[in-house]
Each structure stands twice: as structure tokens, then as C-alpha cells.
Design a protein around this ligand. Structure first.
Ligand code: IPE
Ligand code: IPE
Ligand code: MG
Ligand code: MG
Ligand code: MG
Length: 294
């Protein structure tokens, strides 16, 4: 990881993922192994780190958000397992390893994703409940459920699939990116704000920050599919062209896409000003999202 990434928060998240991973009956070891295979493969842990960073920016101890932060990584991992399936992106490499369905079969991969999604809610209801009172816990649950449903991540995936092989306009491309990727990043920031007891104007500020950050994050994802190195990215490259996906570089070339990502990052940083946050760690994350090579 490049400079600016809060590695201490990443480490905190990774230790907690181990701790919060559900213990199961030995009869379930195949699906449990598939969940672990994908979850504990090397990822950036960007969504949990963002949730923790928002709590830190509010001057609170980031550890109060560890369960919801880990729940977001469970959900993100589910989304990657299902995104890689033959029926969706048909990918063979993820986080530097053969994809879950190649290793365990499509049946187990589908169920591992389903289980990770449900266990995310179990984790919030059992562990986050130790730090967060019921009214705020309900807010957290509402964020996570809404961000991942038909009006959120799944909606983005639906339009992504429907747009395959078609010329879509920029507004549709932004809709795809803001939903398939932006909504979960936005939820991470907002859950951090809720758990960290942010003032309403601080919730607004981190929400706007995360919306711009999410767009920048997915534009860079598109760019890395064209210009990245397989060792760094841990995915087979060039898949967006193979799959006839509509992407930023496909639409406007790599250079203009980079300018768009830079512009979104500038907007993300601007959104934080005047909200009374210790924003350094959030600046660092936005800088990382823009410059990342993995
Ligand atoms: C990849 O996410 C899929 C997107 C939504 C862009 P990340 O780039 O965060 O992947 P990991 O978690 O580090 O593997
Ligand atoms: C993935 O978008 C978004 C979700 C998994 C929800 P991509 O299909 O571009 O992500 P990668 O490139 O496979 O990681
Ligand atoms: Mg996809
Ligand atoms: Mg994909
Ligand atoms: Mg991609």
C-alpha cells in the first residue's frame, strides 16, 4: 500500500475479521472454508478502514465501530464472489487467488456469498449492539440494508449487466458506478458517522465525501483493468473489454478518466471542510483511492 493509507486501522480490521468469523458445525466446513478463502485473501479492507476512519475523524475510539466495519467487509466479499461467477463477470482470479467458484464450485460459491451477507447482519445485531444503542443500531441496519439492495449495490450490478455490450451515456455509467460501488462506500462512511455520534452536518459532510470517493474509487478500478499489473491488482486484467463493459476508460480514454477521478477526489476533500472533523485520515484515504495501484 502506498503512503497515506491508515495501516493501523487496516490491522485492527483484519484482527477483528478473524475474531468475528462465525464458528460453525464441521458439516458446514465446505461453505465455511469457501467464506474464509475469499474473506481472508489479501484485500485492501477499504470499506472497514473508511468506517473506522470516520469514527477517528469524529475524535472517538475507532474500536467502537469494529463489528459494523467487519460486517461491511463480509458484504463486500460476498459481492466479489457473486460478481466473479460465470453468470456475471466470469472471472478466474481475485485477490491473487483463483476465484471462489473455481476453487469450490459454483454451488458452494453462491452459498458462501449468501452466508457472508446474512452473517454481516448477525454481526451487527450481536456485536455492534454492545456499543450502539437500539435507535442508532436500527439506523446502521437501515443504511447497510438499503445500500446493498435494489436501490443500492444490487441495482448497480443490474444496470451494469443490462448495459453490457451497449453504448450507454455518461449519466448511466455514473449511475452504475455510484450504485455498484459507491453505495457500500457511502454506507461505510455513514455507519461510522452514526456509531461515532456525528452531528447532522458532519453526517452530511462525510456522506458527500464518500459519494465522491466512491466514484473516484470505481473510476480507478476501471483504469487499473487497462493499465494495472496483475501482480498488484490480483485480478486478470482486460476483462472489461472482454466482457464488453461500459467503463470510464472505454468511454473517454485513460487520461480523461484520470482527470475525472481527480475531480471527484477534489470534491470529496472539499465536502469535508468546515464540518469540525479531524479530517487528515480521510484526506489520506482519498489520496490512496486515487493513486492506488492495487
Ligand atoms: C473491487 O473492490 C471491486 C469494486 C467494488 C471496485 P476493491 O478494490 O476494494 O477490492 P479488494 O477488497 O481490495 O480486494
Ligand atoms: C464490482 O465491479 C462491483 C461489485 C462487486 C459490487 P467490477 O466488476 O468492476 O469489480 P472487479 O473489477 O471485478 O473487482
Ligand atoms: Mg462486475
Ligand atoms: Mg467484476
Ligand atoms: Mg472492475
Amino acid at each position: 500500500l502506498t503512503g497515506g493509507y491508515p495501516n493501523s486501522l487496516k490491522q485492527l480490521a483484519e484482527e477483528s475479521l478473524e475474531r468475528f468469523f462465525p464458528q460453525t458445525d464441521p458439516r458446514l466446513s465446505r461453505v465455511s472454508d469457501a467464506m474464509k478463502y475469499s474473506l481472508f485473501a489479501p484485500g485492501k479492507r477499504f470499506r472497514p478502514v473508511l468506517a473506522l476512519a470516520v469514527v477517528e475523524a469524529l475524535g472517538k475510539d475507532p474500536r467502537i465501530a469494529l463489528p459494523v466495519a467487519c460486517a461491511l467487509e463480509f458484504i463486500h466479499t460476498y459481492s466479489l464472489i457473486h460478481d466473479d461467477l460465470p453468470a456475471i463477470d466470469n472471472d478466474d482470479l481475485r485477490r491473487g487467488r483463483p476465484t471462489c467458484h473455481l476453487k469450490f464450485g459454483e454451488d458452494t460459491a453462491i452459498l458462501a456469498g449468501d452466508a457472508l451477507y446474512a452473517e454481516a447482519f448477525v454481526l451487527i445485531l450481536t456485536e455492534q449492539a454492545k456499543y450502539t444503542s437500539p435507535p442508532m443500531l436500527i439506523e446502521v441496519l437501515k443504511e447497510v440494508a438499503t445500500a446493498t439492495g435494489i436501490k443500492g449495490m444490487v441495482g448497480g450490478q443490474v444496470v451494469d449487466i443490462a448495459s453490457t455490450g451497449r453504448a450507454v451515456d455518461l449519466a448511466t455509467l455514473e449511475f452504475i458506478h455510484n450504485h455498484k460501488t459507491g453505495c457500500l462506500i457511502r454506507a461505510a462512511a455513514r455507519c461510522g458517522a452514526i456509531v461515532g455520534e456525528a452531528e447532522p452536518e458532519q453526517v452530511e459532510a462525510v456522506t458527500r465525501y464518500a459519494e465522491h470517493l466512491g466514484l473516484a474509487f470505481q473510476i480507478i478500478d476501471d483504469i487499473l483493468d487497462v493499465t494495472g499489473s496483475v501482480e498488484m491488482v490480483g485480478k486478470t486484467l482486460g476483462r472489461d473489454v472482454d466482457n464488453r463493459k461500459t467503463t470510464f476508460p472505454g468511454k473517454m480514454g485513460v487520461e480523461r478518466s484520470r482527470s475525472e477521478a481527480q475531480a471527484a477526489t477534489d470534491q470529496a476533500l472539499k465536502a469535508l471542510s468546515g464540518a469540525g472533523l479531524n479530517a487528515d485520515v480521510l484526506f489520506g484515504l482519498a489520496d490512496f483511492a486515487l493513486r492506488r495501484a492495487s
